[in-house]
Design a protein around this ligand. Structure first.
Ligand SMILES: [Zn+2]
Length: 214
């Protein structure tokens, strides 16, 4: 914490002054480095933080790209499997349907949640928070979206699923002929953007921004 002095008479270098939005005290501005923020010395309201302004743009960009690649990953076949003259194309959903129809209902539901529902919901929540904070707008349900994103952060298993796909293909190759399809590439890209969005997401900063705008 770096309180800004409210009373600054020796201003030879002509410092920039901020006005506290809460108590209107004049506060001395200064350039902040990572992790620092300015507080009003009189009322302790937070005036400025390091990741201010357009710092939410990467989060919005990565989550947008992640959502688009997630749609493509789920609508394009992942692989083409050929055994004894029969061939089959597989979507992520095809595998889940097979599990379901073979009586593995709970596993099917778990795979659906971890590979489709949770990553999609997570990226959508990040997109909503990132968009709202970037535009400085207060979209409805913002707190719920921020909470959802924090909660799902640990459950997002798409990168794990991408690795599992590679492992399963190694196994399938011993039975028949396997060729990758475009969907596999999109799973890789979606995983990459999800990880980047995760890196760009700072839940503490989101909380501060929500506090400031409320
Ligand atoms: Zn103040």
């Amino acid at each position: 914490m770096h309180p800004a002095p409210t009373n600054h008479s020796t201003s030879a270098a002509d410092p920039v002054r901020l006005v506290c939005p809460r108590c209107l005290a004049p506060c001395l501005d200064r350039t902040l480095s990572k992790g620092e923020y300015l507080r009003c010395a009189r009322c302790h309201a937070q005036l400025k933080s390091f990741r201010q302004g357009n710092s939410f743009q990467p989060l919005w960009a990565f989550s947008s790209a992640g959502l688009i690649s997630m749609v493509l990953a789920n609508t394009r076949p992942i692989l083409h499997f050929e055994v004894a003259g029969k061939s089959q194309q597989n979507l992520i959903l095809t595998g889940i349907e097979s599990l379901w129809s073979e009586g593995f209902g709970i596993i099917a539901a778990l795979v659906f949640f971890c590979t489709i529902a949770a990553p999609f919901l997570y990226l959508a929540a990040l997109w909503y928070v990132g968009g709202s904070c970037t535009l400085g707008a207060r979209w409805p349900g913002l707190r719920l979206a921020a909470k959802t994103a924090s909660m799902l952060e640990s459950m997002n298993l798409l990168p794990v699923f991408a690795v599992a796909c590679v492992v399963s293909v190694v196994k399938l190759r011993t039975i028949g002929n396997v060729t990758w399809d475009a969907g596999a590439l999109w799973i890789g890209i979606a995983s990459l953007f999800t990880l980047l969005a995760m890196q760009a997401h700072n839940s503490g900063q989101v909380a501060i921004t929500l506090e400031e705008s409320s």
